[in-house]
Design a protein around this ligand. Structure first.
Ligand SMILES: NC(=O)c1ccc[n+]([C@@H]2O[C@H](COP(=O)([O-])OP(=O)(O)OC[C@H]3O[C@@H](n4cnc5c(N)ncnc54)[C@H](OP(=O)(O)O)[C@@H]3O)[C@@H](O)[C@H]2O)c1
Length: 327
């Protein structure tokens, strides 16, 4: 048992519900490791846990991702020993803390050449890009794809990766500054979805062919324009709710718009597909980062005590790339 500082919520709500508190961290249970955080990744999912969109058991910690040093290992853990540099991207929620106990199966050793901050900024976002681009729909050379919120944390990683795979990448953003950043990170075309008609621009860019796949982490605000951007039999990959969740869909709309497919995937199901899936996805991610094809942009840094400001900025669309908390 050790005393640590951690962000806690007693009730769900706005960023002000998060407070830095002293808490007792127990010893790791069988199969767990204690990771002393060097850098903590901020993700949109953390705002869903805080707001109550994704239910958590209260009182709760916040945060799913961090990089640091293994401080202790639970019974049965053979792949890590004290002092190893690791990163994780999984529950239980509570990564916004000086140290946290996580399942060893959901952690990966950080390779040389990847910094703690980069690892914390890329595990959840980069493994999401991995399963979306390599598993949910396997992007191939010559295809044209659409990625919403291209200048965001997942967006900047995914657009570079898709470009590296040989795709023509269309990104959406909400400002000229973000559009510039998206262009510098793999986007061949950028649409300002706050001003332009996305489906009409996609028609124009593709010469009327439209797209085999749309990746949409924005949700409610973009759902219809995403469907309208797909060619018949195309796939909408709806992987997030930055503008609110998509609800009350009449499935008939998929027939009307071209016998379309929709999936609502989460990283955790892909990472749990096989006992080695998490490590394989991490290896694939580390390989594209180490090759230089995908660069990790950390454009916001906050102290652990400033977690509320990190959420305010993320939800107000003020951030680009990844944000990290430094304990
Ligand atoms: N399914 C999974 O396993 C999985 C895993 C990781 C992440 N995700 C999802 O991936 C998405 C991106 O996550 P992230 O952490 O990288 O966040 P992010 O993209 O850095 O931030 C979200 C972005 O969404 C855009 N946006 C559009 N409408 C918005 C609104 N009403 N409020 C706030 N933002 C809005 C903003 O970009 P513009 O200003 O350019 O519009 C904003 O910067 C999220 O939906 C997240 O839940 C899913």
């Amino acid at each position: 048992m050790t005393t640590i500082k951690a962000i806690r919520i007693e009730k769900t709500g706005g960023p002000e519900t998060m407070a830095l508190k002293e808490v007792e961290l127990g010893n790791p249970r069988p199969g767990e490791i204690t990771v002393r955080a060097k850098a903590i990744g901020v993700n949109f999912i953390d705002t869903y846990h805080r707001s109550g969109l994704y239910p958590v058991q209260l009182p709760s910690g916040i945060g799913m991702e961090a990089a640091g040093i293994v401080e202790a290992t639970g019974e049965g853990v053979t792949q890590f020993t004290k002092g190893d540099r690791v990163a994780y991207a999984s529950g239980p929620v509570g990564a916004y803390a000086e140290a946290h106990n996580v399942s060893a199966a959901s952690a990966a050793r950080i390779p040389d050449g990847v910094s703690d901050e980069e690892a914390a900024a890329m595990m959840l976002k980069g493994m999401t890009a991995q399963f979306l681009l390599r598993q949910t729909f396997r992007v191939e050379k010559g295809q044209t794809i659409l990625w919403h919120a291209a200048a965001g944390g997942v967006g900047l990683i995914a657009c570079q990766w898709a470009k590296h795979l040989g795709a023509t990448v269309i990104g959406t953003t909400s400002s000229d500054e973000k559009a510039k950043l998206a262009r510098a990170h793999g986007c061949d075309h950028v649409i300002d979805y706050t001003k332009e008609d996305v489906a009409a621009r996609v028609m124009e860019i593709t010469g009327g062919k439209k797209l085999p796949v749309v990746y949409d982490g924005v949700g409610k605000a973009t759902f219809l324009s995403s469907l309208d951007s797909l060619a018949p039999l195309g796939l909408l990959v709806s992987f997030g709710n930055a503008s609110g969740p998509v609800t009350d869909v009449n499935l008939g709309i998929l027939a009307q718009k071209g016998s379309l497919y929709v999936t609502r995937p989460t990283m955790y199901h892909y990472a749990a597909k096989t006992p080695t899936a998490f490590q394989e996805m991490a290896d694939d991610l580390f390989a594209v980062v180490k090759s230089g094809a995908v660069k990790i942009e950390i454009n916001q840094r906050y102290s652990l005590a400033e977690a509320a400001r990190a959420h305010l900025d993320l939800e107000a669309r003020k951030t680009t790339g990844a944000s990290v908390l430094v304990p």
